[in-house]
Design a protein around this ligand. Structure first.
Ligand code: ZN
Length: 316
């Protein structure tokens, strides 16, 4: 093994340690997280776009490459059992909070449906962001590296991790904005899964699509474009496919603090769906993605992978 291979191996050890989030991410819960919370529900969303129970998706580990800017994250083919899963919540919260987008979908309005999906993907994006920005090396990683490669390589790795935030564009300010948003969500979503009046803190736009059995995609992001288009808190954009209980929808969920921006975004979307999606909901910038394999191959063929290209019959 040469030096580069050793450092790559150490980066792996560290990344998987970070990813293995052990505690439930719902506020003040000290239960262990389960390691297979689906962000996109398996039997409705994923099933409806799969071929032979397969979809193309990002794995959480895909983002490892982003960490040191090696290469871009790659979409991979996965069984829906293992697609869009992460260690997010304990079994109690995983079952209770998302009941209205899993078992009792018929009882949830489009706005509530979009709101709960925005929360779950928000939690996932926040976890990935924290993994990217943290410069702490856990004791167990330190021990493993020292044992396997010795002090010299541990020191090199430590230096790399310390330099990391300067290489990424993620700043502590972003983390604090995500934290505020998390508080807002969890003020409304109770422990037992009941959801209060989300209109007090969030603005939700939903648009039922005519047809979409090709993809599910969600992007949670702080907008930083210019003075007019900077968001106070993360905004979530999403497209979900049709399934037995719901028509396909597009949604935007933002904080009420971003009222003006939200209205502008909705206008932009209405003005030109395609341009809007290419800009705010493309495959390069969205953490949560699941695509029908045949459709994915056709995108690849046309070299359109950076863009969400929905079929013309998606919109009215
Ligand atoms: Zn919990």
């Amino acid at each position: 093994m040469d030096d580069v291979d050793i450092i790559k191996d150490i980066v792996n050890i560290d990344f998987f340690d970070r990813l293995n989030n052990k505690k439930c991410l719902y506020s003040n819960c000290s239960n262990h997280s389960i390691n297979n919370s689906h962000i996109l529900q398996k039997s409705t969303i994923l099933k409806s776009i799969s071929d032979n129970n397969n979809v193309y998706t990002y794995l959480p580990s895909s983002f490892k490459n982003d960490l040191y800017k090696e290469t871009d994250a790659k979409l991979v083919k996965r069984q829906i059992n293992n697609a869009t899963v992460f260690s997010g919540f304990c079994s109690f919260h995983d079952n209770n909070i998302f009941r209205l987008i899993e078992d009792d979908i018929n009882q949830s309005s489009d706005a509530l449906y979009a709101f709960l999906y925005s929360y779950r993907s928000f939690i996932y994006s926040f976890l990935i962001k924290k993994i990217m920005v943290s410069t702490n090396i856990s004791r167990s990683v330190e021990g493993k590296v020292l044992e396997k490669y010795g002090k010299k390589y541990f020191e090199i790795f430590k230096r790399m991790v310390e330099l990391k935030p300067k290489k990424t564009t993620i700043f502590n300010d972003e983390i604090s904005r995500f934290k505020k948003s998390k508080l807002d969500y969890e003020n409304i979503i109770s422990d037992d899964g009941s959801v209060g009046n989300f209109n007090e803190r969030f603005l939700i736009y939903t648009n039922r699509l005519k047809n979409n059995d090709k993809l599910a995609i969600i992007n949670t992001t702080l907008l930083k474009q210019n003075n007019r288009f900077n968001s106070e808190q993360p905004i979530t954009f999403g497209i979900l496919p049709n399934n037995d209980s719901k028509d396909p929808i597009f949604f935007i969920v933002s904080s009420v603090l971003d009222n003006q921006l939200f209205n502008d975004l909705v206008s932009l979307y209405k003005y030109n769906h395609r341009e809007f999606l290419n800009f705010y909901l493309n495959l390069e910038i969205s953490d949560v993605v699941a695509i029908n394999p045949t459709y994915f191959e056709s995108l690849k063929y046309h070299d359109n992978l950076s863009r969400v290209i929905l079929f013309d019959n998606t919109f009215d």
